[in-house]
Design a protein around this ligand. Structure first.
Ligand SMILES: O=C(O)[C@@H]1CCC=N1
Length: 326
């Protein structure tokens, strides 16, 4: 189904950092209506940057911005009071100060502040019951549920917890080439899964559900952090070209296209990755010389160590920031 054919949910981004921008930018690039998106972001300058880049985007900043983004404001006078109060800043280009409640809340804040943010939003999340999508690295859905339970008054029962889907996206979402892994809690219905899949699928070429939440940490180790591994490899190749006398621009352009071409071949070919490698590698040839040098330095073991380190860090974050009560 195309974006045009289905209801496009009102989205509240809590946090307007790089990853929120990647998802937002990707959604807008494929036709998601700007009017259905609001970004709550504490740093005024970042709001201004987003407004300049996406003219007409509603951004909210200030002490009650997260609440307003989720809860909406049915009365513009209420919003005006908040603005006059100095407690909230709404971007000047927003068409109106009327904010519909969010149907999907995307928690796109750093893991270190997720607890405070969710506790602050607990009551409104539990009364509004939006679909909550968390992209915070490492924080388990059980911890998010506990933050919601602890942040709201105790007379609300646990069945009042909204559905949570944990997503590990990656920054190529900004150019609609993302890869994302997703895990849904038992509260999430097939429709919630469909909405999350459709939002992340709009900016990601690969969306994979994992059945065990611990595999989200592994997704983080592969595709969440993965773009940085390829950027590092590309940096190293570019620098090697420069060291051999090539101008940086040419070395960079050849490196990037080689990376793109290899990825496309890997995607389109029926051959597995090893076979593709061997097809480039003539015996005693140039590639063979390079691969031998990589192997002598423990390249594959090193990459495995890197992926394992990212996976492990994601699990440690869960313990450090989510606690171990659940
Ligand atoms: O480095 C990080 O913590 C985040 C998670 C995945 C990509 N960046």
């Amino acid at each position: 189904m195309t974006q045009q054919q289905q209801h496009q949910a009102r989205l509240a981004f809590i946090g307007g950092g790089n990853m929120a921008e990647a998802i937002l930018g990707g959604l807008l690039a494929c036709g998601y209506p700007l009017s259905q998106c609001v970004v709550s972001e504490p740093i005024q300058a970042r709001c201004e940057f987003l407004q300049t880049k996406y003219p007409g985007l509603q951004t909210l900043s200030g002490s009650q911005a997260n609440q307003l983004a989720v809860n909406g404001s049915q009365s513009s006078s209420h919003t005006s009071e908040l603005i006059n109060d100095g407690s909230i800043h709404v971007n000047a280009t927003a068409a109106s100060t009327h904010f519909p409640p969010a149907e999907v809340v995307i928690l796109a804040v750093k893991p270190q502040v997720l607890r405070a943010v969710v506790e602050d939003l607990a009551a409104v999340l539990r009364s509004r019951q939006p679909l909550v999508i968390s992209i915070a690295a490492g924080i388990e859905t059980s911890a998010i549920a506990r933050f919601m339970a602890e942040g709201a008054s105790s007379d609300l029962q646990s069945k009042d917890l909204p559905p949570v889907i944990r997503v590990m996206p990656n920054t190529p979402a900004l150019v609609l080439e993302g890869a994302a892994g997703m895990y849904a809690t038992a509260e999430a219905t097939a429709e919630h899964r469909r909405v999350a899949e459709s939002l992340m699928g709009a900016v990601s070429k690969q969306v994979s559900w994992v059945e065990s939440e611990s595999l989200v940490d592994t997704v983080t180790g592969i595709s969440g952090s993965g773009p940085a591994y390829f950027f590092l490899m590309m940096e190293a190749m570019e620098n090697a070209g420069v060291a051999l006398g090539m101008d940086r621009e040419t070395a960079k352009a050849l490196t990037i296209q080689t990376c793109l071409g290899a990825a496309k071949m890997a995607q389109l070919s029926d051959d597995d990755l090893k076979t593709l490698r061997l097809k480039v590698t003539s015996p005693q040839g140039t590639t063979d010389a390079a691969i031998k040098a990589f192997e002598a330095g423990g390249f594959c073991e090193l990459v495995e160590k890197g992926v394992i380190a990212a996976d492990a860090r994601s699990r440690t974050l869960a313990k450090e920031l989510g606690g171990s009560k659940l």
